[in-house]
Design a protein around this ligand. Structure first.
Ligand SMILES: *Cc1c(COP(=O)(O)O)cnc(C)c1O
Length: 410
């Protein structure tokens, strides 16, 4: 039997044709397809403006730089996330302050409240697996903590000082997993101040590599102005992008500050436009059906803890199936993964908590300080979920999990 992969992208004739058209159009970098992708993303998420960039990581790092986060500042992140969430904080010279998560894998708002100090400049909740964090509570914590907030006054940000204007910690949602998920019936992107999406190859909407920011800041922030500023930031601080320079005689430009380089290309946007068009009609329903097929079987076994996809307020976009094995130690979980792999099924673990990574351990973070994170991680196994996974393959995964469980746990 062929190995069942964990999360291959859906690449078919339609995707290939769209990429071919982009390549043949003569415009392969940021251009009309990227702008169209941004408009459609904004309409989909129900926000005024979205900018498409080359990754979640670079997009959200720009947000920290725009907000003037740097040395001496703190950014609150969950201990349970992918390294990117904290790495961007390191990149700008600030300190990640880690907090523990709740049983649904998302950051605990009460612990965020306790972690707030007069150095806190941003909070980055993570919608792990596709289930939105409690963004309503976290926004409230940020707003109620405004008396602690100490804005930097000499920020050199064109036209405005965002810290003075907002007057509280910025809430940046790490929605790398949760494009299309909902909170109170509204799509992710419209809850936090700024939401970062990832379109990396393994995510539930892909452009090979890519990311986007949805702007949802309160007044007097202007989404158009934010869009223009981030566009400039993503292109070396250059006053005109390649598209604007195609206007007759419009060759002259200025560089007002040394910006970064993280724009999306039209080749990537071509993939994204196809993905977005079939996202609600095909991608998410198939993912949901796969997750439901797993849960329908696993629910009957007390040793298998099925993931939460929906409650009164939230619905996941069914990005990951994060199964947990009740009572399994980390060693037993690892043995179960080996036994599953021997049955030709690829699985994964989301994620190795930040304090267990040698870099962050070396920075003084200790796993013992985040007991719930460790408890969830130690017996977690993510199962394959992707559009092309057939019901027969889902059943093969289920059989492999059950057999591996019996082999290791008895
Ligand atoms: C994938 C991922 C990222 C990083 O996304 P890139 O687009 O690869 O930079 C950030 N956070 C989480 C939780 C992720 O899973």
């Amino acid at each position: 039997m062929a190995m069942i992969p964990f999360s291959p992208p859906r690449i078919d004739d339609r995707t290939i044709k769209a990429v071919e058209e982009a390549l043949r159009s003569g415009w392969i970098t940021t251009g009309p397809r990227t702008k169209e992708f941004e408009r459609r993303l904004a309409a989909y998420c129900g926000v005024q403006r979205v900018i498409a960039l080359n990754s979640w990581t670079n997009a959200c790092e720009l947000v920290l730089r725009w907000y003037g986060v740097g040395p001496g500042d703190e950014v609150i992140v969950p201990a349970y996330t992918y390294c990117a969430t904290a790495n961007i904080v390191m990149h700008v010279g600030a300190k990640p302050v880690m907090v523990d998560v709740m049983d649904d894998f998302t950051m605990d708002p009460d612990l965020v409240k306790r972690a707030l100090t007069n150095r806190t400049k941003a909070i980055i909740p993570v919608d792990i697996g596709g289930l939105p964090a409690d963004l309503t509570a976290i926004m409230r914590v940020a707003e109620e903590g405004c008396s602690l907030f100490t804005p930097k006054v000499n920020l050199r940000v064109a036209g405005s000082n965002p810290q003075m204007r907002l007057g509280r910690a910025l809430v940046i949602s790490d929605a790398a997993h949760s494009f299309g998920a909902t909170v109170g019936g509204k799509r992710t992107g419209s809850q936090a101040d700024i939401t970062g999406f990832s379109f990396h190859a393994v995510k539930n909407l892909t452009t090979a590599e890519g990311g986007a920011l949805a702007f949802n800041l309160p007044e007097p922030f202007d989404p158009e102005e934010l869009y223009r500023y981030f566009n400039t930031m993503s292109l070396h601080g250059q006053s005109k992008d390649a598209l604007a320079k195609t206007q007759p005689g419009a060759w002259r430009y200025d560089v007002a500050f040394p910006g970064w380089k993280c724009n999306m290309t039209d080749v990537q946007a071509a993939i994204g436009l196809v993905e977005l068009e079939r996202f609600d009609g095909e991608t998410t329903p198939r993912r949901k059906a796969i997750c439901e097929r797993y849960s329908a079987t696993f629910r009957d076994d007390d040793r298998l803890l099925t993931p939460l996809f929906k409650d009164a307020d939230r619905e996941s976009c069914y990005h990951l199936y994060m199964l947990r094995i009740a009572g399994a130690t980390e060693e037993q979980r690892d043995a179960i993964i080996t036994a599953i792999a021997q049955r030709d099924v690829s699985v994964n673990v989301h994620f190795i908590p930040l304090p267990m990574l040698s870099f962050y351990e070396g920075q003084g973070y200790r796993m013992a300080d985040y007991p719930n994170t460790y408890r969830l991680f130690s017996n977690e196994i993510s199962l394959p979920v992707y559009f092309d996974l057939t019901d027969g393959q889902v059943d093969q995964v289920i059989a492999a999990v059950k057999a591996a469980l019996k082999e290791v746990m008895g």
